[in-house]
Structures are given as structure tokens and as C-alpha cells.
Design a protein. Sequence first.
Lengths: 278, 300
Amino acid sequence: MRRSNPEKRFKLIVTIALLCLSVIFIMPLYWTAVFSTRTLGDVFNFPPPLWFGTNFDENYARVAEVFPPWRPVMNSLIVAVPKTVGLVLVSALAGYGFARYTRAPGHRFLLLMAFATLFFPPTLALIPFFLQMSWMGWLNTFWPLIIPALASGFGVIWMYTYIGSTVPRELYEAAEMDGSRGLATFFFVVLPIIRPGLAALGVWTLIQTWSEFQLPLVILGDGSKFTVPLALTSLSRNYFSDTPAVMVATLLGLIPVFILFALLSRQFVAGLTAGAVK
Amino acid sequence: MAPVTKRKRTDRSFYLSIAPFFAIFIAFSLFPVVFSVYLGFNDWDGFSPPRFVGLDNYAEAVGDPVFRKAIGNTIWLWIVTTGSTVALALVLAVLVDEYVLFGRNYFRMVFLLPLLVAPAIAAILMRVFFTSNGGLVNLLAGSVAGEPVYFDWLNSQFWVKPLVALLVIWRWTGWHMIIFLAGLQSIPRDLYEAARVDGVGRWSIFSRITVPLLLPALAFSVMTSTLGGLQMFDEPFVLTAGTGGTNNSATTLGMYLYATAFTNFDFGLGAAVSWYIFMAIVAVSVLYRLIQKRLDMGAS
């Protein structure tokens, strides 16, 4: 009993300290929400408002004078959804090929190549990629943000390890006996089994895409095509002193990822740790 | 006869399954990278015909004081963000795993929330909170000091880099914590029990058991943070509104590259800079491999 008391007190102190730290971590997000509902005067007053006000509609209207507040969200969705679906499919298909046909000629070399793509820093390709897109006439379109991103070395390696550890080899033989060929086996046998892995990779890709800034900055010139981070950056540059309006737009841009996280946080965390296992 | 045709068919299935990935990769990643080798040796503004200049671009970059300053800033940010993020995440992971009385799932999730905020958006929020006139931080400081404070954090040569670091730490600590929590699960519980029975203290358990057994996860963490740190762009770019801060005090290599190519349209110089960044990444990766090999040998 005497031993457990200081132990318990230590744990209590740790828990309270962590609780305080976690409040500091979410405070900026909380203030974003609060400020979006306050008037300009409230925001610059001390002490800062800690609870929601009633001015959201008016702030929203001021954003709407600059651009339709939901347009960046729609643009981000137009990029993120097809890219995520495509990336997950391309990665799963290649991962399946690598995991199943281990005796095909060139398997080792090609797998090594797929690994090597992980070490291609995106920075290296930025300038030539921009020039390539300009020759192809793809500047100021969404294509450069979707199609090239479908080939993800990270996704392939991840799917390769995932399929290798979750799909038993006997299953391929059984499918073969039933007359199912390579691609049919992938779509009708393998895909249903690896659904959790697909979801994890999908959530990770979606959140990454939602955050992307440098590539859209280089590719998209026309304000009506801006994705969320771009639109917010230009809004805050031009209307910086209007904090509540900036906060309204920020809040709208954050809502989709936060909903996604609320629904799929378990898959998201599973996706994070999968990378470390490798 | 039959096994041969079957073999051919499965081979074809293999190439078919990996073809989409390699086709897209070659067209949109390998081609640009090969092209950037050519770019690095040429002087080109994108309009007039390119002119071969040998290694001039590489020499020009090194001769530019802003480039050298960007190297210094990038290294500073890389080391400070990697060091503090990994250290904080490690401590948090151990505390959440071992010493928390309640709310373990809450702590697991709450530190991840900042990761959902895009770096550019996080930088906008920081600009709002740290602005000199009426920003939240100055208001708080003013209430402590008893008189209004108008300190210009964002244009301060001293403070702008720590602010960028703070942004990175805020966004990434939760991610590293999750990696470490997964690593901690793989450490057998009885090791801790045995140490405790032998009367080993908390700090010794942490430094002699936890950290050595977490080394693979730590190495992965440091490597990931390094790849991001050496290419850092979004946070300093948005936080300084694209200027790099007073006297380039927050200009990173990524920002320098962007400015040469997309502000000055000196594509050759930009390509040369991108190869310098690549070489830095390769150097760190090789170092990482070496350390990993040493660790594997130590384990066996």
C-alpha cells in the first residue's frame, strides 16, 4: 500500500500534465471555430473570446463576396477523390502482382525498382514536371494533380507487404482450380479480402492530398480552380485583417477532413503504423 | 506442353498487373528527373533556346549568399524539428503507454488532429495568432506586461525560424507518437516486470530497455522527418507570405528553388539546386542504411 501511493500520485500528475498539453494542442483549432462566429471587434479584444458568438452568417457573407465559400472544397474533392480511388487501385494491383507472381522473370529487379522510387524526392521533379505539363497543355487543369500521382511507390510497397501477409497462397491455387484467371482473381477474390488495407491507404492518401500546396501552387493559375490551401492562402493574403472571415473559410476547408477522420480514424492509425512495420 | 503455356500466362498476368504503375511512373516521374539532369547543365528561361553552360549553374548556386543562407536555415530547421518532434513524441508515447490513469484512447487521437490541418493552413493560423497588431499572442503578452505589446514576431529575424519549427512540431508530434506506440507494443511486458522486481528505477527502465528496443522505430521516425525537413517549403513560404522573412531568415532550399524557377524563370539554376537537395537526401539515406546495418548486427 505504501509503495502504490507515490506511484499513483505520479500517474495522476502525468495524466493532468498530458491533459493540459492536449488542450494547448487543440486550442488553435478551437479558436479557429470560435473566431469564425465572432465580430471583428471581439477578436481583437482582450481577453480573447472563449465561447462561440452569433456572427457566423455575416462573416460567411464577407467571404462570399470574394469567392463562393464552398468552391475550393469542391475543387479539392474533384482532385482528391479520383486520385485516391485510382492510386489505391493501381497500388493494390501492382502489390498483388509482386506478392503473387514471385517466380516471374524480372520479379526481383522490378520490385527493387519499385522500392527505389521511394527515394525520388518530389522536389527533384518539380521544375521539369512543370515544363512537361506546359508542353502537354495541362497547366491550369486538374490532370497534373491526379494522373501522375496514381503511381505511388509507397502505395505499391505497402500493398505488396499487406497482401503478402494477409492473403494465403493457397487461395490463388484454389481460385486457379475454379478457372479464375489473374485479373479476375484480383478483382473478385483478393480485393474483397484486403478491404481494410485499401481503406487505410485511401484515408492516408486523401488527407495528404487535402494538404498539398506546392504542386497546385505551381500548376493552377486561375483562382476559380484553387484547392483549399491555395484559396485560403490568397484570401488571407488579401484580407488578412479580417480575421473572422479568414477563420470561416479555414473552418469550411477543414470540415471534410475532420469528418473523414471521425469516421475512419482507426483505419488511419492502422495506415500510419503499417509504414513503420516495413 | 501445358505447363509451358500456363507459365507464359502467369508471367503475362504479372507484367499486366504492374504495368499501370510503371507506365505512369516512367511518363511522369522518371522522364522529368532525367530531363532535369539536362536542365542542370543549361541556361534556360523557358522561351529562348537553351544554352549549354556545363557546371555553371552548380557554381552559381554555391556563389550566391542567399543559397548558402538557405542551406544553413534548412539544416537548422531539419535538426531542430527532427530533434524536438521525435523527443517530445517519444516521451508522450511512453507516458501514454505506461503512466496514464484514464483516457488512453483520447490521448492517442488528440495529438493527431493537427496533422489533418494542411501545412499552408496551419501557417495561416499562426500568422493570425502571431500578428503584431492585435494578434492573440501579443494580447496575452500585453495582459501580462500590463501595457499593449506590438512585437512583430513574423518579421523578427530571430523568431521566424523557431515559429516554423513550432508549426512542424505541432503538426507532426502525434504522427511520431503513433509510430512509437506501435513500437512499444512489441516490447515484451515481462521485461519491465523483471526490471521492476529487481528494483530498477523509472529512468533506467526508459534509457536501458525502452529506448534501445525502440531503435528501429526511432530510425524510421528520424528518416521520415529528415526527408520532410530537407524539402521543407509550405510552412516557411506561407508564414513569411512568400518573402522568406526579413533578410531571408526563413528561406529554405525548397523556397530558394521555387524562387529561381518560378519567380526568376531560371530553370537551369533551379534544377541544379534540386540536385543539391537530392544529394543531401542520398547522403542521409546512406547514413541511415549504415546505422541500420550496425543495429542489425548488434541485435544478432
